[in-house]
Design a protein around this ligand. Structure first.
Ligand code: NAD
Length: 334
């Protein structure tokens, strides 16, 4: 069957997802949830969503009785994901939730539990987990092409503009660069290395305390230690451009991707030279694959479920604690 999706939060990323979904074979937009009546009308007309399947933030619990909606894709500011996820689960619909899934691990855990209890799936909008170059790099590590893995580097950053946007408001964003893009280096480290980290250390630098207020991180460097002894060295920042790079090193070779997580095309090379795979719009692949996960029980090569998102939130909590305490923080991701 085709996955019938309601988009919640009609901002810039939802716009990208909606356009990408026009090419999906197994997913389509059948509902809209927004606080702005004008957007409901214009998006409704554009994507052929009837009035009866358009909702606002007050009345969307009524999706419960709408057979034209199987899942809700939450694409709102980070701090809203938790409450919205709980309401969608209570309405008996699957949840696809943008990253970061929540603003801390406690909230993430509650989301996982609520979806389990409601018998619905919870998937996180990790589009890179389905991307061809990313999967190729992971396979090269798995099939021994790189030899024994030794080191990973993940650099994620850009210079953020408008100081009044929600991304720089702790109450809506839950933090700063780490919640937004540092998370790419975190889950990149995990899927590229193929292990779960057992400790973190982290250091923060703030050059502009007016733009980056208390609780909104500008730049954090962090290190993840893995059971095998592999170390990941990562940078998350809102004040440097051209930072979107993954580098995985083994004793027989390497894979490097730059850009590694942008909307594409991704470029990849290894000790053998250029290994770039053709570009496919990430969100198109993601939504078709998510339909297969939900309806066919398909197991993706890199998991995108709530438990996976929760691991990233536990690591973010640990990074913030390491920054604050100046101490190494041990992790138990189970
Ligand atoms: P955006 O500001 O463009 O859109 C946010 C939407 O939420 C807007 O339509 C806005 O009207 C609505 N909204 C509802 N309540 C709001 C409030 N109180 N304050 C501000 N806006 C409110 O943001 P975006 O870039 O679309 O990001 C939305 C989510 O998507 C974030 O969680 C972000 O991390 C995620 N995202 C993911 C990717 C990805 O590649 N996976 C890319 C961009 C954004």
């Amino acid at each position: 069957p085709v996955l019938k999706v309601a988009l919640m939060g009609l901002g810039s990323y939802a716009d990208r997802v909606a356009k990408a979904m026009q090419d999906c074979k197994r997913a389509k937009i059948t509902g809209l949830i927004s606080g702005t009546p004008d957007k409901l009308e214009s998006w409704g007309a554009k994507y052929d969503v009837p009035e009866g399947s358009r909702y606002n933030y007050e009345n969307f619990d009524a999706i419960k009785d709408n057979p034209e909606i199987d899942a809700v894709y939450i694409i709102t500011p980070n701090a809203q994901h938790h409450g919205q996820c709980l309401r969608v689960a209570a309405a008996g619909k699957h949840v696809i939730c943008e990253k970061p899934m929540s603003i801390n691990a406690q909230e993430g855990k509650e989301m996982v539990e609520a979806c389990e209890k409601a018998g619905v799936k919870l998937l996180i909008g990790y589009r890179m987990h389905f991307e061809a170059n990313t999967l190729n790099a992971v396979r090269k590590r798995q099939n021994g092409d790189l030899g024994e893995v030794k080191f990973f580097q993940g650099l994620s950053g850009f210079i953020i503009g408008d100081p009044t946007q929600w991304r720089l408001d702790k109450d809506l964003a839950g933090g700063g660069a780490m919640m937004d893009i540092g998370i790419y280096a975190i889950n990149g480290a995990r899927y590229m290395v193929g292990e779960e980290p057992i400790w973190v250390t982290a250091q923060e630098v703030k050059t502009d305390p007016v733009k980056f207020k208390e609780g909104v991180d500008e730049t954090i460097t962090f290190q993840l230690g893995f059971p095998s002894g592999v170390i990941a060295s990562c940078l998350s920042t809102y004040s440097m451009n051209y930072l979107d790079k993954f580098f995985l090193l083994g004793d027989k070779g390497f894979v490097e991707m730059q850009p590694s997580t942008g909307y594409g095309p991704i470029k990849a090379w290894s000790h053998d030279g250029d290994i770039t795979k053709p570009h496919v719009t990430h969100q198109t692949t993601q939504m078709d694959q998510m339909a297969a996960i939900i309806y066919d029980g398909k197991k993706p090569e890199i998991p995108v479920d709530g438990e996976e998102g929760l691991k990233d939130m536990k690591i973010i909590d640990a990074i913030f604690l390491a920054v604050k305490s100046g101490q190494k923080v041990n992790l138990n991701l189970g």
